[in-house]
Design a protein around this ligand. Structure first.
Ligand code: ZN
Length: 415
């Protein structure tokens, strides 16, 4: 009996230690250089425990310590009036622990090396035209592998690549990263996760672009500390990443948030999903180009061109922006009425439309939304700019390491 009880206690204390290592590493990953004294205060652990945990993470090559300097929360903390020693500052080993982050768009591809702490170390950006029939899966995966190879050639010896995170504008099966449907890419049942894992020899996680934009903005952006938020990712289509009560809302299969295909305009325009009058047919990029008299098939650069033309007084560009901003406001009111968020983040091309004509968007949200909900919501653009999705892909790739640091590292080292 005694032996069993002791064994159970040992297992429990190992679980507690694993949980504490995860909490400490995640805190420094999100908040950057942090004084040990601050970690003691915010994590609610005593000094010697923080010292032991830090030593373990330093020995594993995940964190390093410097004597009392640097920025970040609590980095300058000193015992008041004591004249005593400065606290050690704990930093993430951004150069030694990295992931690859991939943002696949309809007209762009970005591949980046991101260090622990969320630092983008290097990146490669490509843009391409919206080809007929969409972007072929093999072309995209080959391009990802090629750009990843170029980035990995610069990695210092001794550094660990913990994994790869990929954002795709489509519905992704969580278990194996299969893209079940990505209408704007023209993809169905594309085993992207398996293809990339085989080609790169690294663990690969794939997620929906809006979900990952939400994740990044929740961890280190416009929704940091906010439990109820929606990230609207808008390019040729519109998707929503939803945080409800501090937890991502996925639905049964993880496909929740396909707001671009909610019906806003009965009898409206045909949508490539097979329906008509979907929200994204009224305020996606293609509609803006059509209304502005611009050629189809552009991306974010061409959206900015329309905004620039409107600012210069081009009447057709002005009218196009007002029309698209009106529909953006109407659809956003639906989102607000349905989910009661504290923050709605307008990402991608929607950010450009919102910044160009926020008055129209706000007026429509106020007109179509319920006062009790509209009064509480803030409409903002991403704090991470156009990199929300990319940063979210990096966060996805870091997650196994952050959840169980030493175990994940042991697995990577053994493989
Ligand atoms: Zn549709």
């Amino acid at each position: 009996m005694t032996v069993l009880a002791r064994g159970a206690r040992g297992a429990r204390s190992e679980d507690v230690r694993r949980g504490n290592l995860s909490t400490l590493l995640r805190y420094v990953h999100v908040h950057g250089p942090t004084a040990r004294s601050h970690l003691t205060a915010v994590l609610g652990l005593n000094r010697s425990t923080i010292g032991d945990l830090t030593s373990d993470l330093v020995a594993a090559g995940l964190l390093r310590e410097e004597a009392g300097r640097g920025g970040g929360p609590g980095a300058a903390a000193r015992p008041a009036g004591s004249g005593g020693r400065p606290s050690h500052v704990v930093l993430p080993e951004s150069e030694l622990v990295q992931v690859l982050a991939v943002d696949v768009g309809v007209t762009h591809l970005t591949v980046a090396r991101v260090g622990l702490g969320g630092v983008v170390l290097s990146r490669r950006d490509r843009t391409w035209g919206r080809g007929p029939g969409g972007r072929r899966p093999r072309t995209v995966s080959s391009a990802v592998v090629r750009e990843a190879g170029r980035l990995l050639a610069d990695v210092e010896s001794g550094a660990t690549i913990a994994g790869v995170g990929v954002a795709v504008p489509g519905m992704v099966r969580r278990q194996d990263g299969c893209v079940q449907q990505a209408p704007n890419l023209g993809w169905r049942d594309v085993p992207l996760g398996v293809q990339l894992a085989d080609a790169l020899g690294l663990p690969v996680s794939v997620g929906n672009d809006a979900d990952l934009g939400m994740r990044a903005e929740h961890v280190r952006g416009a929704a940091a500390g906010v439990d109820d938020a929606v990230y609207l990712s808008g390019h040729s289509g519109i998707g929503a990443g939803i945080m409800a009560g501090g937890v991502p809302l996925g639905g049964r299969a993880g496909f929740a948030g396909e707001v671009g295909h909610t019906l806003v305009h009965p009898g409206g325009l045909p949508c490539h999903c097979g329906s008509t009058g979907c929200w994204e047919t009224e305020c996606g990029e293609e509609r803006l180009f059509e209304l502005a008299g611009q050629p189809a098939g552009g991306g974010i650069g061409e959206v900015r061109d329309v905004v620039g033309a409107a600012a210069a007084g081009d009447a057709q560009a002005v009218a196009a922006l007002v029309e698209v901003a009106t529909w953006l406001g109407r659809g956003t009111a639906n989102v607000v009425n349905m989910l009661n968020p504290e923050v709605v983040i307008l990402g991608g091309a929607l950010a450009e439309v919102f910044l160009a004509d926020a008055d129209t968007v706000r007026a429509e949200v106020t007109r179509a939304g319920l006062a009790a909900l509209v009064g509480e919501v803030r409409l903002v653009v991403p704090a991470l700019g156009s990199d929300s999705t990319l940063v979210g892909a990096a966060e996805l790739a870091f997650e196994p390491l952050l959840s169980d640091p030493l175990q994940a590292l042991a697995r990577r080292t053994a493989s």
